[in-house]
Write a protein that binds this ligand. Sequence first.
Ligand SMILES: *Cc1c(COP(=O)(O)O)cnc(C)c1O
Length: 500
Amino acid sequence: MNPIEPLIFEKSSPGRRCFSLPACDVPEKPISELLSPKMLRKQETKLPEVSEIDVVRHFTRISQMNFCVDTNFYPLGSCTMKYNPRINEDAARMEGFTKLHPYQPIEQCQGILKLLYNLEQMLRKISGMSAFTLQPAAGAHGELTGMLIIRAYMEKKGETRHKIIVPDSAHGTNPASAALCGYEVESIQSNTEGLVDIKKLKESFTRDTAALMITNPNTLGLFEKDILEICKIAHDAGGLVYCDGANMNALMGLALPGDMGVDILHLNLHKTFSTPHGGGGPGAGPIGVTEKLKPFLPVPRIEIKNTSTTEGSEKDKTNTYILNINYPDTIGRVRAFYGHVGMMIRAYTYLLSLGKEGVSKVGEYAVLNANYLRHKLEKYYNIPYGSTCMHEFVISAKKQKEKGASALDIAKKLLDYGFHAPTIYFPLIVEEAMMIEPTETESRETLDAFAAAMIQIAADIEQQPDTVRNTPQTTPIGRPDEVKAAREPKLRWEIGSRVG
Ligand SMILES: *Cc1c(COP(=O)(O)O)cnc(C)c1O
């Protein structure tokens, strides 16, 4: 890794270009004669004058300073950073897809519509929900879409319920999405096992509660074993259950949220279904609903005109796919056109390449890897909840903090070992939390190497905590003031210097 990379502007050399064109064979005219003065710039733009190879090298070098799942282990709890197979990229880059235009007549888009339709059917099978929309652009956007559906459903029934209950072990976006939709959010405290407190839920779920918003497995990586009873409590009070299924890799092939009594579920294609997260996007957060909520889904809905043929059969080729907007109770569109279609092509490719058998192994391996790592670390770190976990687990670095190095210090030290840090200080119910998700795509060797680094760090903290505090040492950027770095980014690199 080369920590010294000047700004692209500093590489500028007057007159240097990325291309050379043959001399003009018609008389040249000044631009001011061709465009109205209104459209002309007052000042010349200051663009770097560089060659193609300058551009390629500059941006390739910068990209290599970033930590990524393609180079190293990335056990970021909650946000599933598993490997994204390259075959997904091959499929998404096929010309038939990349050259499509969303305004193209629908007779010319039958291929992509079929793919989207089939993906919806696959997600239905994986989740046990009745119908899906692929429109939402991210997990949190799926949550908001779900909340809008709950509101529309309640309004249709003539009910004015203004409250959403969110357990304190839910993902942080849950209360935010409910509040954004205008709901009052009531948090309920987890019990001593780190699970939903049934008694508290019963007391809180009154006739003014529209829904419970639950994350299962919750952010402690624990399966809500009373989920059937939890859903019954909500339903008996005339409410609904929204389930955050962003981490469906914990359950995939093992259990169906639809069977658990969930009414609305969102999935994150950019987590479970191996599409890249990008720099905050684009992602995709499809939501699935039960039969009674289907009329409220966003439009357009992708449908088959002649439903007489069986899906997936040879005859399927003759199906005509249509975009149906004729749903009077719909909440409307939540995204331009059909959502992030490129993500859907990748997710579809992923599912086809895994096949039914592969899909059924995802949950097993995700849970196995997490428990393997959990077991390796439990002698060295405090693990406050549960004796086994699902796809992730939360350790507390409280003991280490007392010795002089916090969860943040451990996270920074891990970078020197070549590992990305786990999610830290979340969930809030664990002091000095470190939330670790190894994911199903990692080998035993990688898990062993990570465990060895964590154990070494714990030993170092016993002996000389300042060696852990004073890190990272090997990365291009050390420890900047994070708030200041976000508000006043310092883009220029002083040659030879390291920030922080
Ligand atoms: C990542 C995540 C979300 C939010 O998804 P985004 O795509 O980042 O909006 C919601 N819930 C859980 C449990 C998550 O892990």
